[in-house]
Design a protein around this ligand. Structure first.
Ligand SMILES: Nc1ncnc2c1ncn2[C@@H]1O[C@H](COP(=O)(O)OP(=O)(O)OP(=O)(O)O)[C@@H](O)[C@H]1O
Ligand SMILES: [Mg+2]
Length: 256
């Protein structure tokens, strides 16, 4: 599967990704009885674990289910949401916060009904301070009142602090882990960072499990195919590691 393919096409043609994302969506809806989950932070331990693709898949799934959904790119170091959605908005978060532009002037629609996008300024300075500001807080409140669900793509928490700051303000956080990529200790460190930030951890998405159809058409998990050592060697490259993607279906194992 070439990585340049339109993200909506990928979603439409990947029944496993669709099904797994539906399960995730349902679990999120049931995750909080007292207060519905409205804002969700998506993060990971290391780069390239599948945060952005899972942000979009969850967004599509929510939008298709009739929820007015906003995808927010908060990874200013590697903003890829617009790229994958094939949208290049003229304005972004910086214009709301520094130029007092209205949210409605900055958020853009996507080709999918109910799915909207708010971009970030690439390499935005002092993002951690921005996230901690009152102005950012009031913007988040406004976004929550205007959209049913706000899904926030962030940089890996194992490397940068932004996701913990955002998780502190969001209703829930999802940790995306690429199968076979992380040490248990690294994962536990990130979970402990989230706990210290008082994040509500909704669950873990175990991404890129290798699955193969058996003779009955059911899929099974090929445990032995995870190449833990190889993927660890590559993991700080932030380059595309998925040339063999046709064998790698998206599977989400929510343990929330
Ligand atoms: N489940 C999946 N099915 C198909 N492709 C996937 C899957 N997960 C990840 N990919 C592909 O792997 C690459 C990395 O995924 P993605 O950009 O979502 O990771 P990321 O965690 O956001 O990376 P970064 O840390 O650089 O922001 C992308 O090319 C994406 O299309
Ligand atoms: Mg990303």
């Amino acid at each position: 599967m070439p990585v340049t393919r339109n993200i909506y096409e990928i979603y439409k043609n990947e029944p496993l990704l669709q099904e797994a994302t539906r399960v995730l969506r349902t679990n999120i809806q049931f995750a909080s009885v007292d207060k519905p989950i409205q804002s969700i932070v998506i993060t990971s331990v290391t780069p390239s674990e599948g945060k952005t693709i899972n942000t979009i898949a969850l967004g599509i799934s929510m939008a298709v289910a009739g929820k007015r959904t906003l995808l927010v790119d908060m990874d200013c170091h590697r903003p890829m949401l617009g790229n994958k959605l094939k949208i290049r908005p003229k304005f972004n978060l910086k214009h709301i916060l520094y130029d007092n532009m209205a949210i409605s002037e900055v958020v853009v629609p996507t080709i999918l009904k109910n799915l909207f996008f708010l971009d970030v300024e690439p390499q935005m300075k002092h993002l951690a301070e921005v996230i901690s500001s009152n102005k950012f807080n009031s913007m988040v409140s406004k976004l929550n009142s205007e959209y049913d669900i706000v899904i926030i793509d962030t940089p890996p928490l194992g490397m940068l602090i932004e996701a913990a700051l955002l998780a502190n303000r969001a209703d829930g956080t999802i940790l995306v882990l690429k199968s076979g990529q992380n040490d248990t200790k690294e994962v536990l460190d990130v979970i402990s960072q989230l706990e210290k930030a008082n994040a509500h951890i909704l669950g873990v998405v175990l991404n890129e499990i290798r699955v193969t159809p058996n003779k009955n058409g059911y899929y099974y998990y090929n445990k032995g195919e995870d190449k833990h050592v190889e993927s660890r060697k590559k993991r700080f490259g932030r380059k595309n590691e998925h040339s063999d993607i046709s064998k790698t279906k998206g599977m989400i194992d929510n343990v929330g």
